[in-house]
Design a protein around this ligand. Structure first.
Ligand code: URP
Ligand code: ZN
Ligand code: ZN
Length: 458
């Protein structure tokens, strides 16, 4: 077993901040201390750098068929890009298509990931067809480490479930200890608005946003939480974008309900104005829920600071402008929904959150690693720096500058939503279960060394 000593860094967890050394033995953190007198096979000097728990991104879509095409990053390119950005674990979404078993979906997604993933991965299971047999399978999956399920209140005819099915799935997590993740947008209302807009000849990308009102997200969020309250179980709202939805989560939490939610960097740094970019450029930002008015950004930051929002994930789902987004050249409803972000999360949140004083360094770690690890059954194996935890560590240079650009980032997509934006705070070295996989900003490992993570239930 190889040993590794990280010296002189500033170790930051969700609760602590101190100068110290971290000693790694094999895949695990073995000791933490000041001026550790231990010999090691390798020593890394982290002076003036932050030593953080590896980032955990609990919302990615790698190699996912969607909107008549497939997301551009597979488990190899997507996880290498994630590693460059300081993420050492992802939880991706496996899809049960109508008529299929959950087991079939799991097998299909395992084949996509095995031998390709460069970092550790788990799966949430998307349920689109709920029968008695599928409910039993939910129990079996929870026992096997797939402990969360995504349901959709949007995309009628594709992914959307009715309220009765949603309620049954929620009830089932009450007995099996799983967690329901909800895509909360009112799909029926959106469908009517989309048809209306197209009938009026409104085909440009901006109509994607204009037909998905913030209130449609607020209403669905309220309904999702109400259903979870009646089932007496926790709920996790994914990719929350609207102030109207945040109000619903805040109100529920103030009443003591176990309602949790994540937001994503795109909702913190981009806005509706991006849809007004010339030509077909607005298609770069077609995602669901859509980008919201700029004023919403400060509301979301407050939600993050005051724990009404518990996690920042990416919803990484990249589609190239050429040949993929253009499927909707003459009809915004045919633009594949999704955007890239797996690589830029940590730098964007550090630069726009910590450096501006909106969140503390501890909160930065909590939102990007510890809290998602706790909610999704990975803690304390992952999500912190402690003896016995997996040695998933990021050495982060808080002073280094980087200009974000599609040309220098590693995601397999032909544009970047933040093109030209300068960020301060860059991942320097990444260690995944004791192996150095990024060194001086370069990928130095091999794809396929990531493992499936069996997650714990509640
Ligand atoms: O536009 C998005 N968010 N694409 C990915 C699928 C989803 O709903 O998360
Ligand atoms: Zn979704
Ligand atoms: Zn998603």
């Amino acid at each position: 077993m190889a040993t590794l000593l990280i010296r002189n860094g500033i170790v930051i967890t969700a609760t602590d901040l101190y100068e110290g050394d971290v000693f790694i033995d094999g895949e695990k953190i073995a000791a933490i201390g000041s001026s550790l007198q231990m010999s090691a096979d390798r020593i890394i000097d982290a002076k003036r750098k932050y030593v953080l728990p590896g980032g955990i991104d609990v919302h990615t879509h790698l190699d996912m068929p969607f909107g008549g095409t497939t997301s551009g990053d597979d488990f190899e390119s997507g996880t290498i890009a994630a590693a460059h950005g300081g993420t050492t674990s992802i939880v991706d979404f496996a899809i049960q298509y109508k008529g299929q078993t959950l087991h079939h979906a799991w097998e299909t997604w395992m084949k996509k990931a095995e031998g390709k993933a460069a970092i550790d991965y788990g799966f949430h299971m998307i349920i689109t067809d709920l029968s008695d047999q599928v409910e039993e399978e939910m129990d079996a999956l929870v026992r096997q480490g797939i402990t969360s399920f995504k349901l959709f209140m949007a995309y009628p005819g594709v992914f959307m479930l009715d309220d009765a099915s949603i309620f049954r799935a929620l009830l089932r997590t009450g007995s099996n200890g799983g967690t329901i993740c909800m895509h909360a947008e009112n799909g029926g209302v959106i469908d009517v608005l989309v048809k209306q807009a197209l009938a009026e000849g409104k085909t440009a990308p901006k109509y994607h946003a204009l037909t998905r009102p913030a209130r449609a997200e607020g209403e669905a969020t309220h309904r999702a939480i109400a259903l979870a309250e009646m089932a007496d179980v926790p709920i996790y709202i994914v990719h929350l974008s609207a102030a109207e939805a945040l109000e619903m989560v805040t109100e529920a939490r103030d009443r003591g309900l176990p309602a949790f939610a994540e937001t994503c960097p795109q909702y913190l740094f981009l806005s509706y104005d991006n849809y007004e970019e010339p030509g077909f450029n607005g298609a770069k930002y077609v995602m669901s829920p859509p980008l919201r008015p700029k004023e919403t950004q400060e509301r979301l930051w407050r939600g993050l600071a005051f724990n009404d929002l518990q996690a920042i994930s990416t919803d990484h789902c990249p589609f190239c402008m050429k040949e993929q987004k253009t499927l909707g050249k003459n009809d915004f409803s045919k633009i594949p929904n999704g955007a890239p972000g797996i690589e830029t999360r940590m730098s964007l949140v550090y630069d726009g959150g910590v450096r501006t004083g909106r969140i503390s360094l501890n909160r930065f770690v909590e939102l990007t690693s510890t809290s998602p690890a706790k909610i999704f059954g990975l803690f304390p194996r992952k999500g912190t720096i402690a003896p016995g935890s997996d040695a998933d560590i990021v050495i982060f240079d808080p002073e280094k500058k980087m200009r974000l650009s599609q040309k220098t980032l590693h995601m397999n997509v032909d544009y970047n939503p933040y093109e030209g934006r300068e960020v301060v705070g860059v991942t320097d070295t990444v260690i995944s279960r004791g192996r150095v996989i990024i060194q001086g900003g370069k990928f130095v490992a091999r794809a396929g060394s990531g493992s499936f993570i069996k997650r714990a239930s509640r």
